[in-house]
Ligand binder design. Sequence first.
Ligand code: ADP
Ligand code: MG
Length: 386
Amino acid sequence: MPFIKKNPKKVGLAKIAPKPISKPKEESDSSSDGYENSDGEYVEKPKYYRLGGYHPVVIGEDYNGYIIQKKLGFGHFSTVWLVEHKENKVQGALKIVKSAKTYTETALDEIKVMKKINECDPERKENVIHILEDFKHNGPNGQHICMVMELGGSNLLDLIKYYDYKGIPINDCKEIAKQILKALDFIHTKCGIIHTDLKPENVLLSFTIPKNKKEPIPKIIETKLADFGNANWINKRFTDDIQTLEYRSPEVILGLHWGCPVDIWSHGCMIFEMLTGDYLFKPKQGKTFTLEEDHLAQFIELLGYFNKKYLNIAPQTPKYFTRNYELKHIPNNELHLWKTKDVLIEKYKFSPEIAEPIASLIEGMLIYDEDKRFTAKMCLEHPWFK
Ligand code: ADP
Ligand code: MG
């Protein structure tokens, strides 16, 4: 048993961090847009219903012929509502984006991306949420871009929570992982789109998770990739400030070129999270080291040292590493290497036969060098899916 299990240290190793006990992850983050209300529901903070913020929606209201039925969810950019068209009775998810200029501009890009997806998939067969129409709505907080989308079900984070952050059954993980890989292969190779914000909240499952945990989970039929609000074109990237922290790739942290492989990295982190209920990487700033240094330390502990060639070309290397390629404030002798396979066996009690192919897939998805990292197609051919 590795030394680190008995001696949790101050750096690295999200893998030994205590599990969140059925608390919403977002709750700890004071900068997030939501909080847990007295009914135990995670809802948007009222203070964001202000000029430039969310639009106040009332059940039964009519938006361009779509009647609001109930709230489906919310994110940093928007609130999302179940709607039904008053004439043709078509159901959809209405995303109403915050009204400030930056959100509006982002939403206009999101619409372009979603229209490209429709163009590449006119029969709507791929595992992505499709847009049905878009319009603008004027309200007390400003003008909001509205998107009517295909209806999805619960998001993957809700499923992780349903299992009390203890891991989703392995066959379900496999099915979800596979369908997301198909979606990634489609957007990367057919649409020229990089999602850049792959995480459980942005993956929708075609069922509704029962509120009462005694009720069994309906069978997972379809998984769809959602939230193209941060998507970039392979040929035109809007920003280098991408990916939610826990799912952020080394090329982004180190200022290197990035592309489609960033989505594979995030998905690798997500597969581990589905299987175990824990974040794979959970960087934290310490008294003597920065958030990024802790993040890099966690990479090294799980995946091994970066090679010198890689660090030599990375623009941000001098910020975090010494001339000897050691982290500036976390020397190598403070790092405790612990391979993915061993983590799965020792901490999460997977049998070696089960852990081995999973670890091999995850490690392929977490290769530092983006050119060597598995593509979505390569992942789909991996023995774990056979
Ligand atoms: P944001 O850009 O604000 O993060 P998202 O597109 O991620 O918005 O939507 C926020 C939440 O709303 C999602 O996490 C999900 O729970 C719900 N949601 C989004 N789109 C749909 C949809 N098409 N069907 C069902 N629920 C959805
Ligand atoms: Mg989102």
